[in-house]
Design a protein around this ligand. Structure first.
Ligand code: ZN
Length: 501
C-alpha cells in the first residue's frame, strides 16, 4: 500500500508544544496563569506598566450574553488582553500605541473552521496569498481540513504563529485520511487497522492538530477504526462519513465533529437503518447508492422527533457540526449564477480560478429537477441549525473555501456563512459565537480564545457598526488585531492590493 510520504518533518517548527494533543487546555491555562502573574506583579510595582496597545472608548460585543459593553478600555501586550477596564481610568494605562475606538464595535477575531490549502505544488504561492485575504476579512484563525501541500501549510502555521507572516493562526489536519485511490490528492489511504496506526503515526509526527476523514473510498470498518485509534491517542476527529456508517455509531465512539449536514440529515430519517442496510448491500455491486442517490429517500422519511433525540444525544457527546450552508448555496446556484464579474476574483490567483471549472462543468450536467430538489433539501437542512443549536450541539462556522470550491472566496465566504446561519434562525449573538467561541471549543481552547476578557487572546475585529443589531455589520471592518499586530483599514487595503493580480 502506497503511503503518502511527507517531504519533511516540521515538528520543530510547531507553534504549540507537542503535548497539545494530550493537554490542550492545560497549556493555555498555564500560559494565562503566568500572564496574569506577570501582569499583576508588573503593574503593582510600577503603577504604570507599559502595554503594547491600549484601545479606549470601545464598545465590546459581548457575544456570550448578546449585549454591548460600552466605553471599555482594552490593554494588550503580545497576543493577550491583560486588562479590560472603564475608559475613565485610561490615565492609569501607559502604552506604546493608543487606539481610540469611539463609535466602533470590537469583537473576537473570526474563526473559519473549514478551509483548504490545496491544488498541488504549482499553487503554493497562490495559496499563500490567500492568508492575506483571510486577514483582510477579519479571519484570525482557520482550521485547515486537508490538502496536498502540507509541508507549506506547516511552515505557514509556524510563521504566522511567530508573527513572521501576515495571516491567520492555522490549525491543520495535514493530509486527509480516505480509502485507496481517493478523490482528493494528498490523502493517506487506509484499509486495515495497521494502515490506520501508520497513518495516525504520520499525522502525529508532523503535529497535525486533528484528524480529517474523507469518504470517497473509505470502508465503514476503516472509518470506525480511525475513530477508535485516534481517540486512544486523544486526537480530535472530524470529517465526512461513509453512508454505510450511522452517525450515532461514530459519535458513540468519540468522533468530535461532522462536516456538512449530509450525515446529520441521514441520521434524522425514520428509515435510517433500512436505508443504510440497502446502501451496504449494494456497496460492491454495479449499482451502488451514492450519497446523492440516497438523499431523496432520506428527505421523504425525515422524522423531526428523531432529529430532536439525535441532537440531544450529540449535545451530550459535545459534538461539533459545521453546516457549511454558503458553499451548498453557491455550488447549487452555479448553473444559473454568473460569477464572471465577481470583484473578489481579482484576489484569487488564476491558477486557483482554473480549479473552479470542475464544479462548474458538473453543475451544468445537473437536471432542473435535481436542482429543485437540492433547494428543498437545503432549506430543510438550514431549518435544523437553530434546533441543533438550542439542543446544545456545538455549531461551528466553516466556509469550505479553497481551490476547487468554486466562487467560495476566502474571508468573505465566512461572512456569508455567518449571515446564513443567522438567517436560518440563530440570533446575531449565536451566529457570531459559531465563528468566534465555538471553534475554540472544538479544540478545547475556550480558556484562551473566543471572548474579549482579561487573560484571553487579543485577536479581534473592530467594526464600524453593531453586529448584534444587524449581522451584516461584520462586513464593515475598520481594523483587525492579529497576533498582537494592529492592521488599520489602510493596512488591510494594502494587504489586498498586494495580492491583486
Ligand atoms: Zn472541505
Amino acid at each position: 500500500m502506497d503511503k503518502i510520504q511527507l517531504k519533511k518533518d516540521n515538528s520543530r517548527f510547531h507553534p504549540y508544544p507537542k503535548t497539545q494533543y494530550l493537554f490542550p487546555q492545560m497549556k493555555r491555562i498555564v500560559a494565562i496563569g503566568l500572564t496574569m502573574i506577570l501582569f499583576h506583579t508588573g503593574f503593582s510595582q510600577s503603577g504604570h506598566k507599559k502595554f503594547a496597545l491600549v484601545i479606549t472608548n470601545a464598545s465590546i460585543v459581548d457575544i456570550t450574553n448578546g449585549k454591548i459593553l460600552s466605553n471599555r478600555l482594552l490593554a494588550i501586550s503580545g497576543d493577550t488582553i491583560l486588562a479590560v477596564d472603564d475608559t475613565k481610568k485610561a490615565t492609569a494605562y501607559k502604552a506604546e500605541k493608543y487606539l481610540d475606538a469611539k463609535g466602533k464595535y470590537v469583537m473576537p477575531g473570526l474563526w473559519d473552521m473549514h478551509v483548504h490549502f490545496r491544488g498541488g505544488d504549482s499553487t503554493i504561492a497562490a495559496n499563500k496569498a490567500l492568508l492575506r485575504l483571510f486577514l483582510a476579512y477579519g479571519v484570525t484563525t482557520v482550521r485547515e481540513c486537508g490538502g496536498d501541500i502540507t509541508p507549506s501549510v506547516m511552515t505557514w502555521r509556524k510563521q504566522t504563529a511567530r508573527g513572521q507572516l501576515d495571516g491567520p493562526r492555522i490549525f491543520t489536519s495535514g493530509p486527509k485520511l480516505d480509502g485507496p485511490n481517493a478523490v482528493w490528492a494528498g490523502s493517506i489511504p487506509v484499509v486495515t487497522p495497521a494502515d490506520v496506526t501508520a497513518a495516525l503515526d504520520s499525522l502525529q509526527k508532523i503535529h497535525a492538530d486533528f484528524v480529517k476523514i474523507y469518504d470517497s473510498r473509505i470502508s465503514g470498518d476503516a472509518y470506525l477504526e480511525i475513530i477508535r485509534q485516534a481517540k486512544r491517542r486523544h486526537m480530535k476527529v472530524t470529517g465526512h462519513m461513509p453512508f454505510t456508517v450511522e452517525l450515532k455509531e461514530a459519535a458513540g465512539l468519540g468522533m468530535d465533529g461532522s462536516e456538512h449536514l449530509y450525515y446529520v440529515f441521514k441520521a434524522c430519517s425514520s428509515k435510517e437503518d433500512s436505508i443504510t442496510d440497502e446502501i451496504r448491500r449494494r456497496e460492491h455491486t454495479d449499482h451502488p447508492i451514492g450519497l446523492f442517490g440516497a438523499l431523496p429517500a432520506l428527505f421523504s422519511t425525515f422524522d423531526s422527533s428523531k432529529a430532536d433525540r439525535l441532537f440531544k444525544y450529540l449535545a451530550e457527546k459535545h459534538f461539533s457540526i459545521t453546516p457549511t450552508l454558503f458553499i451548498s448555496k453557491t455550488l447549487s446556484g452555479i448553473k444559473g449564477d454568473d460569477h464572471s464579474n465577481d470583484s473578489l476574483l481579482a484576489y484569487i490567483d488564476p491558477k486557483i480560478q482554473a480549479t473552479y471549472r470542475g464544479r462548474v462543468n458538473g453543475a451544468r450536467r445537473q437536471s432542473d429537477s435535481a436542482t429543485r430538489f437540492t433547494k428543498k433539501y437545503q432549506a430543510l437542512c438550514a431549518s435544523l441549525v437553530p434546533k441543533m443549536y438550542a439542543a446544545g450541539v456545538n455549531i461551528v462556522a466553516g466556509s469550505d473555501c479553497g481551490a476547487f470550491n468554486s466562487y467560495v472566496y476566502p474571508g468573505s465566504s465566512i461572512h456569508e456563512e455567518i449571515k446564513l446561519l443567522a438567517a436560518s434562525g440563530l440570533t446575531p449573538a449565536q451566529a457570531l459565537r459559531t465563528a468566534t467561541a465555538n471553534g475554540p471549543k472544538f479544540f478545547g481552547l475556550a480558556g484562551f480564545f473566543g471572548s474579549l476578557q482579561q487573560g484571553k487572546c487579543s485577536d479581534m475585529v473592530i467594526l464600524e457598526r453593531n453586529p448584534l443589531e444587524d449581522i451584516s455589520a461584520i462586513d464593515r471592518i475598520d481594523a483587525v488585531l492579529s497576533h498582537g499586530r494592529l492592521y488599520s483599514k489602510s493596512d488591510l487595503d494594502a494587504l489586498l492590493a498586494s495580492i491583486r493580480h
